[in-house]
Ligand binder design. Sequence first.
Ligand code: NAI
Ligand code: MG
Length: 360
Amino acid sequence: MECKITLIPGDGIGPEIVGEAVKVLNKVADKFGHTFNYTKILMGGCSIDEYGVPLTDEAVDICKASDAVLLGAVGGNVGNSRWYDVAPNLRPEAGLLKIRKDLGLFANLRPAYLYNELKKACPLKEEITKDGFDMIIVRELTGGLYFGERETKTVNGMLEARDTLTYNEEEIRRIAIKAFEIARKRKKKVTSVDKANVLDSSRLWRKVVAEVSKDYEDVALENMLVDNCAMQLVMNPGQFDVILTENMFGDILSDEASMITGSIGMLSSASLGKTKLGLYEPSHGSAPDIAGQNKANPIATILSAAMMLKFSLDLDKEANAIEEAVAKVLSEGYRTVDIASNETKEVVGTDKMGDLIAAN
Ligand code: NAI
Ligand code: MG
């Protein structure tokens, strides 16, 4: 099979981790007889430096003409980079919002799975994690606060800023359908997370999700308030299968879920829309604090490449081969520094972790 893959290395650790994912993809191509053709584009701070904007329309067109897009991460040091103190549409993160919007990606899937081998790196007590957990967060990606109206103005001599949170029925319905479809192939439970005791947008969310659930009688629906969900994630993570939630709640909860797996460096993600074209990226950011030091964990990006093979290219066998290789390398005791413990056989750098996974 011949596939066109757009690569977006981005900023910070992005180029290092995408490089390792490509190493693994090339091994897959060799072994299974595929041809992956890569086109690299700029997004984020590197694109601002080159073109003055975080993502050009030409770059988006290249993504649209490909089968899938693999992204590292974008952005500099928060509060302390040459890309920080500028208009919102000229910040690196604006590239992320633009690409999601332009490619029509409204569903962000973030699995949070506890590897047996990483229980030592998990900050939760052993009695909480003894049965493990395996959940997937389905986060709405193109609505809510991050896409609302915003304004900063002076009122009565004082600066005042405003952001608005809006959802319509159709936006809620399409993401709810994705969540129920995914749950149907898993443990058949959807936990819809909102703040319906306070927000009108959450009340509408709850109403539309309940309507959608009528078409999925084999899937259990539970509603949970977001603050309770934040607690439940650390008290009893094993209760969750699919967590369905809006944009900002999903952003925060998925970072929390990632930490209880041991490291944000382990978590992949997929962003999907109505077509097969998807965007695949690690859940973490550009980690400027460790960029260029060969310390970054490439596993989240490598597992994102596996999700890409599965969801956009229908290469399930190949995706499983990558997942198994990751598990094998972990079981052999190799760790990057973020997931190391005193029982680690060898702490390895970004490049060696990529080599080991490719070799397996
Ligand atoms: P971050 O995820 O980049 O880093 C948080 C912490 O986790 C840091 O201590 C970092 O060293 C560590 N970390 C992250 N990825 C790791 C990996 N693969 N291996 C080992 N350790 C890892 O989040 P932070 O610091 O809040 O943001 C840094 C920049 O990234 C900002 O400019 C932010 O806007 C951007 N960002 C970009 C995202 C994207 O491109 N999708 C998502 C989140 C943040
Ligand atoms: Mg985040």
